[in-house]
Write a protein that binds this ligand. Structure first.
Ligand code: NAP
Length: 249
């Protein structure tokens, strides 16, 4: 079991799915956890369920001032941030690239990419000063592959992997790590949003023959946020039942 005792872990996109499951695993591993997402009612319930020192702040990560305010609230509630899981994301739209709307492209970039950049910019100076910190961003198979029919999402997830690697390179000498975790097909509300034919088509490409549970992703996220991963940085780490490493023929 990963040990996060004494650490303050902030998780965005913590109201449901992968973020919510990671909050549970990190709490079980001994961390003080602060939850960020837009839906305050879900965060409040999660904080109550997790108990202890769990804090929460409702914020839209695409709103820079609100995001920075939520991070400041996290620090006030639970102390300096040791680990930050930048996981909030939206799925974009399913359409050919020539029909992708400006509005959706901008929205996907704002949540999946700019929200990650703004959180890192806000928290990094303290991490560098303390010479410790682990940042983990959530990518996607779309960080590594040019999946069709959702160009905005694919562009945002390629970009966030690039961002995490650039940050990792800049901050390694300060004792700070930055990695990207790549979920395959994980059973969350976001997966429910896929067109059924797309979901079943993609599921056929999983060598393990099944989709993943949020807890299976969360355990790896907790490990990457912990000191057990002290020599792991600038990585794209897939939790995908073998999809990226194989080709089904
Ligand atoms: N499930 C999969 O198979 C899969 C595969 C590849 C990548 N991913 C990635 O995994 C991450 C988590 O997704 P999930 O699968 O766990 O789906 P999910 O259950 O829909 O979780 C998305 C989370 O992001 C939050 N969020 C969305 N927009 C936000 C905003 N503007 N500001 C703050 N929070 C926001 C949502 O909370 P609120 O609505 O309360 O704000 C929710 O907590 C995403 O980055 C997604 O792209 C998932």
């Amino acid at each position: 079991m990963t040990n996060l005792s004494g650490k303050h872990i902030v998780i965005t996109g913590a109201s449901t799915g992968i973020g919510r499951a990671t909050a549970t695993i990190c709490t079980q591993a001994g961390a003080r956890v602060t939850l960020i997402a837009r839906r305050a009612d879900l965060l409040e319930q999660a904080a109550r369920d997790l108990g202890g020192s769990t804090a929460f702040a409702a914020a839209d990560v695409a709103d820079k001032a609100a995001l920075h305010g939520a991070l400041d609230h996290a620090i006030a509630a639970n102390g300096p941030i040791d680990g930050m899981f930048l996981n909030a994301g939206i799925g974009g739209m399913f359409a050919p690239v020539e029909q992708y709307t400006d509005e959706m492209f901008d929205a996907v970039m704002a949540v999946n990419l700019k929200g990650v950049l703004w959180a890192i910019q806000h928290v990094l100076p303290a991490m560098k000063e303390r010479r410790q910190g682990a940042i983990l961003v959530t990518g996607s198979l779309a960080s590594e592959r040019g999946l069709p029919m959702n160009a905005g999402y694919v562009a945002s997830k390629h970009a966030v992997l690039g961002l995490s690697r650039a940050v990792a390179n800049e901050v390694a000498e300060f004792g700070v790590r930055c990695n990207c975790i790549v979920p395959g097909l994980i059973e969350t509300p976001m997966l429910d949003g896929l067109p059924p034919e797309a979901a079943s088509q993609m599921a056929k490409a999983v060598p393990q023959g099944r989709t993943g549970q949020p807890e299976e992703l969360a355990k790896v996220a907790a490990f990457l946020l912990s000191d057990a991963a002290s020599h792991v940085t600038a990585q794209s780490w897939a939790v995908d039942g073998g999809m990226l490493g194989t080709m089904r023929v």
